[in-house]
Design a protein around this ligand. Structure first.
Ligand code: CUA
Length: 159
């Protein structure tokens, strides 16, 4: 069978693109732990105020030293704010929203998830670098979306 040179070039180019994009998915999933969320937990978004955990969203330390941060996103702020966590310890974020879909991205890290009303988004990260981080909402949520920011303070632990 005779395949034209140009057609042959485009076939290889298209095949190469497929491999490139597949490779990008596997590389980021494997090396940078970028994965789709797998935690499914529901919560009544209309009753957050009286919820045992999300009624008073806060940073708590478990018996094993790991840290849990419960966060409620609501037009146009995050609660608690600022969020203070220790460096070099696993921090589990548990996010939900009281109204619409918001984003929760700790800028410059791979802590990034959606806060969805009715659901709890959960992920665990360890911050090695002490400092102040900006938390941004990266889902368009209304007229003041661009002002929806929070602050994460990663504190160096005293030895
Ligand atoms: Cu909240 Cu955009």
């Amino acid at each position: 069978m005779n395949v034209e040179l140009y057609e042959r070039i485009w076939m290889w180019a298209a095949g190469g693109l497929l491999l490139l994009f597949l490779g990008a998915i596997f590389l980021t999933a494997g090396l940078q732990a970028i994965q789709p969320p797998s935690h499914i937990e529901t919560v009544d978004p209309t009753a957050l105020a009286t919820h045992p955990e999300f009624g008073t969203p806060a940073v708590k330390t478990r018996a094993d030293g790991s840290v849990v941060v419960s966060v409620v996103a609501q037009m146009f702020s995050f609660s608690p704010d600022p969020i203070e966590v220790p460096a070099n310890r696993p921090v589990t974020f548990r996010l939900t929203s009281a109204d619409v879909i918001h984003g929760f991205e700790v800028v410059g890290t791979n802590a990034n998830a959606m806060a969805i009303p009715g659901y709890v988004s959960q992920f665990t990260v360890t911050f090695n670098e002490p400092g102040e981080y900006l938390i941004g909402c990266n889902e368009y949520c209304g007229t003041m979306h661009h002002n929806m920011v929070g602050k994460l303070i990663v504190k160096k632990e005293s030895p």
